[in-house]
Design a protein around this ligand. Structure first.
Ligand SMILES: [Zn+2]
Length: 178
């Protein structure tokens, strides 16, 4: 749904793009009606988990909003380093999910990551429920993933090669993620 701007990989780049007034965040068209007439529509502020490199200076983060002139829906776009609809960023989710995919228990993942067991379980269940569907789309785009023997192996490969963030940015072009 083009919610993620894959080229904006850090909060510093995100802030610089907003400050410079470039159209780096602007979607090509409206995700609701596909009209190309989108107006800048201010910002909302989103709180994010503390990321050491950001030193708290980007929290909350300004997120640009756009208004569709045709259907009047608003939309917004996030840099790659912020996950839609989740408090924790993709890197944290990937760390936990890779442990799960290599056989760790929920308790062990929780202890290693500092993420609560309930959240770990929710992410594990999300990957179980949505993982196969997402894997189908990733295989159709990246033929080499078709060589993986099963879905867990595919996700281990995805996370170790392109990264969960980049995979979600690809999927976001056609689907709702996460
Ligand atoms: Zn529209």
């Amino acid at each position: 749904m083009y919610r993620i701007v894959a080229s904006i990989t850090s909060l510093e780049l995100h802030a610089a793009a907003l400050a410079s007034g470039t159209d780096a965040h602007r979607p090509r068209n409206c995700p609701h009606c596909h009209s190309i007439k989108l107006w800048g529509h201010g910002f909302y502020h989103r709180k994010i988990e503390r990321i050491p490199i950001a030193k708290g200076s980007f929290n909350p983060v300004a997120i640009a909003r756009y208004l569709c002139a045709a259907c009047l829906h608003t939309c917004s776009r996030l840099p790659l380093c912020i996950a839609p609809r989740r408090w924790h960023n993709w890197a944290v989710q990937q760390f936990v999910l890779l442990l799960i995919l290599t056989g760790s228990s929920v308790r062990h993942c929780s202890n290693c990551s500092g993420i609560g067991a309930r959240t770990v379980r929710r992410w594990r269940d999300w990957l179980r429920q949505r993982g196969e569907f997402f894997a189908f789309h990733l295989r159709s785009r990246f033929a080499n993933l078709g060589r993986e023997p099963d879905v867990p192996a595919l996700w281990r490969r995805v996370m170790r090669s392109m990264g969960l963030d980049v995979a979600m940015a690809w999927l976001d072009q056609d689907l709702f993620v996460p």
